[in-house]
Design a protein around this ligand. Structure first.
Ligand code: NDP
Length: 609
C-alpha cells in the first residue's frame, strides 16, 4: 500500500516502496520491545496530582495576588463550571436560546481555559486555526496564521467573551467548593471558594479536557531547590521574557525539561535558543512531521462562502478519521498522516496486512525525517518513535528536531525508563545526576482519571451520594453527558464521550447538545432529567463495542494517555472514550435530539410533579 507524505520542502513524496516482510517483521518486534520496556504496573498511578505537597505547582502565575470580591447569593438557571471553550460555547448557545441567567465559575483570572493556562514559549495550536477556532463566521475574525499562537487564541477567547457579552456572567478566580442536589428545591446548591451561594436549576461541568496538570511521581520531586514549574504554569519571572519574547534570564542557566510530548516539542526550540545548556529528558520520542506554518492569505479568506467553517471542520474530522472526503480541504500534515484509519480491525487478512504496512510506512517516513534533520546519527536514532501512528498524538514542528543539532542541547534518552529521581540540585537519569538551575515539567495532563478528581469537587446527587461513591467502579453516563442520580447535571468531558484530533469540533458538538438539553427542558417544562441506569449500561456496550475494534492495535501501543497508560482494570474499562470517529459520536447525539423522546432518561415534568 502506498501513501503521500509532505516533505520538508512542502512537496509531496510518494512512499510507493513496498515494505519487505523482513522489514515488517523487524518493526513488529521492535514495537513489541519498546512497548514492553515502558509498561508500568502502576499505570495511571505513576503520576502525582498538583495538590498536597505539590500544590504550589498549581499556583496561578498570571494574576496579581490579593484579589478579593464580595460573595454573591443568586439563583441562576445554569451554573457552568469552567470558562474555557466548552463553557463559553455552552453559554453562547444558551444565550442564543434566550437563556442569560447563567453563571460561569472559573478558577483562572479570565476566559480561555487551556489557552489561559498554557503560555509556555512556542505554544501554538497544531490544528489549523481556520478549523480549530470556533464561530469565525459569526465574529468575522481572520486568524493571522495557519497555525495560531497561544497568545492569539487566548485573545480570541477574550474577543468571544466581549462579542457574546459573557464577561458579566463570569466569576473569575473562583473555585467550586461543593455542589449538592437539593431534592426539596429541585436545584443544585453550589458553594464557591469566594463564599458564593448559587442555587441553580442546571449544573454544567465543562472543566476542561486537558485541564488538570500532572507530575511524574518520582522520588524527590519536591526537593529540588532551583526553580521548577509545569509547562501550564510557565514562570516568566524565572525565565524572563514572555510569550513571543526572548527569555532573557536563561542565558547563564542550565535548564532541564522532563517529557517529550506535544508540549515539549513546541517549548524545546525556544528553550534551546535561550538557555546556556538544555537537557531534554526523554522517555518516549514523539513522531514529528512537517508544520509549514504561513500567514493567512487574506484574499483566500475573504473568498470563503457562508457555511465554509462547518464544512471545513467536518471535512478535517472526516480526513483524520479515515473517512476520506472527496476533497481534502485542509491538506496539511494531519490529513496526510491520518488520511487512512489503520487501527480499526478488518476481517480481510490481506487488507489487515496492507493497513499494517501502510501504518509502518507512515511512521517510517517520520523516522526518516529525523535522520534527514538530526546530524548526530546516535541522537537521531534515539529520537525515532517505534510505535503505530494512532498510539500517541503525532506532532508537527519544523524547529524541534533541528534543536538537537545545537551544541547546547543534550538529549538524555532514558530508553523507556524515565527519569529516576529529582535531587536538591538536579535530575537523575540512567544513574547520572544532571545539575540544573531550572526544571520544567512537560509531563502532561490527566485525561481519563476520575472526573471528580479532574473537576476538583465531588458533586453530590440524590440522597447526598457523591459522584466518587456512585462511580466507585468508573463512569456511568449516557453519551458521557447525563448520569443517573445526578439530575440536571450535564457533563462535557472526554470520558464516555467523543474524542478527536480537533478538540474544538468535539467541544462544539457537546456544547450544542448540552445547551439544547437545557433549553428544551426549560421550554417543555421539564423539572428534572437524568440518565436511567439501564441506558448507561447500553451506552457502555456501545463504547465497548467500538473499543473492541481497536483493542488489538491499541494493546500493541506504548503506554500513554491515549490508552490510559495501558491500565487494564474495571475502572479503566468504564472511564473510556468513544474511540470511533467523532462524526459517529456526534451522529448519536444528533439523532437522539432529533427523536425528541429523551430515550434512556428519566424525565419529570412540572405538570406531573
Ligand atoms: P503528554 O502526556 O503528551 O506528554 C507527557 C510527557 O512526559 C511524555 O513524553 C511522557 O513520556 C513524559 N514523562 C512522563 N513521566 C516521565 C518520566 N518519569 N520521565 C521522563 N518523561 C516522562 O503531555 P503534553 O503536555 O506534551 O501533551 C498533552 C496533550 O496536550 C497533547 O497530546 C495534545 O492533545 C495537547 N497539546 C496540544 C497542542 C496543540 O497544539 N493543540 C500543543 C501541546 C499539547 P511517555 O510518552 O513515555 O509517557
Amino acid at each position: 500500500m502506498s501513501g503521500l507524505l509532505l516533505t520538508d520542502q512542502g512537496t509531496t513524496m510518494s512512499t510507493d516502496e513496498p515494505s519487505t516482510s523482513t522489514e515488517m517483521a523487524e518493526a513488529r518486534e521492535r514495537y513489541r520491545q519498546e512497548r514492553a520496556k515502558r509498561l508500568r504496573p502502576e499505570g495511571l498511578g505513576q503520576y502525582e496530582e498538583l495538590t498536597g505537597d505539590y500544590a504550589d505547582f498549581d499556583r496561578d502565575p498570571f494574576v496579581e495576588p490579593g484579589f478579593t470580591r464580595d460573595a454573591i447569593v443568586e439563583a441562576p438557571d445554569v451554573v457552568i463550571v469552567g470558562g474555557g471553550f466548552a463553557g463559553m460555547m455552552t453559554a453562547i448557545n444558551l444565550g442564543r436560546r434566550g437563556i442569560r441567567n447563567v453563571r460561569i465559575v472559573e478558577k483562572a483570572g479570565d476566559f480561555g481555559g487551556t489557552w489561559y493556562w498554557n503560555r509556555y514559549p512556542g505554544c501554538m495550536c497544531d490544528v489549523e486555526s481556520y478549523t480549530y477556532l470556533p464561530l469565525l463566521e459569526e465574529t468575522g475574525y481572520m486568524p493571522t496564521e495557519k497555525y495560531a499562537s497561544a497568545t492569539e487564541i487566548f485573545s480570541y477567547c477574550q474577543l468571544l467573551g466581549r462579542h457574546f457579552d459573557l464577561y458579566p456572567l463570569a466569576l473569575f478566580q473562583t473555585e467550586m467548593d461543593t455542589a449538592e442536589w437539593d431534592e426539596r428545591a429541585q436545584r443544585w446548591q453550589v458553594r464557591t471558594s469566594r463564599g458564593d451561594e448559587l442555587s441553580a436549576r442546571f449544573l454544567v461541568t465543562a472543566g476542561g479536557i486537558l485541564h488538570k496538570a500532572k507530575l511524574p511521581g518520582i522520588p524527590g520531586i519536591d526537593q529540588f531547590e532551583g526553580d521548577a514549574f509545569h509547562t501550564s504554569r510557565w514562570d516568566y519571572g524565572v525565565t524572563g521574557g514572555g510569550p513571543g519574547q526572548p527569555m532573557d534570564e536563561l542565558g547563564g542557566k542550565k535548564v532541564g525539561i522532563i517529557g517529550t510530548g506535544a508540549t515539549a516539542v513546541q517549548a524545546v526550540p525556544q528553550l534551546a535558543e535561550a538557555a546556556q545548556e538544555l537537557y531534554v529528558f526523554q522517555r518516549t520520542p514523539s513522531p514529528v512531521g512537517v508544520r509549514d506554518n504561513a500567514p493567512t492569505d487574506e484574499a483566500w479568506f475573504a473568498s470563503l462562502e457562508p457555511g465554509w467553517h462547518e464544512e471545513r471542520v467536518r471535512n478535517f474530522t472526516q480526513a483524520v478519521t479515515g473517512r476520506k472526503p472527496d476533497r481534502d480541504l485542509v491538506g496539511d500534515g494531519w490529513t496526510k498522516v491520518m488520511w487512512e484509519d489503520t487501527q480499526t480491525a478488518v476481517d480481510d487478512p490481506e487488507l489487515a496486512e496492507e493497513l499494517e504496512a501502510s501504518d509502518f510506512e507512515t511512521m517510517q517516513e517520520l523516522r526518516q525525517r529525523v535522520e534527514r534533520i538530526v546530524e548526530d546519527p546516535e541522537v537521531a536514532d534515539r529520537l525515532k518513535p517505534w510505535y503505530g501512528k494512532h498510539c500517541k498524538r503525532v506532532c508537527f514542528h519544523d524547529e524541534y528536531l533541528p534543536s538537537f543539532n545545537r551544541p547546547n542541547v543534550h538529549l538524555v534518552d532514558t530508553d523507556g525508563r524515565g527519569v529516576e529521581a529529582v535531587t536538591a540540585t538536579g535530575v537523575v537519569a540512567n544513574g547520572v545526576e544532571y545539575p540544573l538551575d531550572v526544571l520544567v515539567f512537560a509531563s502532561g495532563f490527566e485525561v481519563t482519571t476520575d472526573l471528580e478528581q479532574r473537576l476538583g469537587f465531588d458533586p453530590k446527587g440524590r440522597g447526598g451520594v457523591a459522584m466518587s461513591e456512585r462511580w466507585h467502579d468508573g463512569a456511568h453516563t449516557l453519551h458521557g453527558v447525563l448520569s443517573a442520580e445526578f439530575p440536571n447535571m450535564l457533563m462535557i468531558s472526554l470520558v464516555q464521550a467523543g474524542f478527536g484530533t480537533n478538540f474544538l469540533h468535539f467541544l462544539s458538538e457537546s456544547a450544542r447538545h448540552v445547551a439544547w438539553l437545557v433549553a428544551t427542558c426549560i421550554d417543555e417544562g421539564i423539572t428534572t432529567i437524568e440518565a436511567t441506569p439501564e441506558a448507561e449500561e447500553e451506552w457502555l456496550k456501545v463504547l465497548l463495542g467500538v473499543a473492541t475494534k481497536i483493542a488489538s492495535y491499541s494493546g500493541n501501543c506504548t503506554p500513554g494517555y491515549y490508552n490510559s497508560e495501558q491500565q487494564r482494570d474495571a475502572k479503566a474499562a468504564r472511564n473510556l472514550v468513544y474511540t470511533g470517529s467523532l462524526l459517529d459520536y456526534a451522529g448519536y447525539l444528533e439523532r437522539w435530539r432529533d427523536e425528541g423522546t429523551f430515550t434512556g432518561t428519566k424525565v419529570v415534568r412540572a405538570d406531573r410533579s
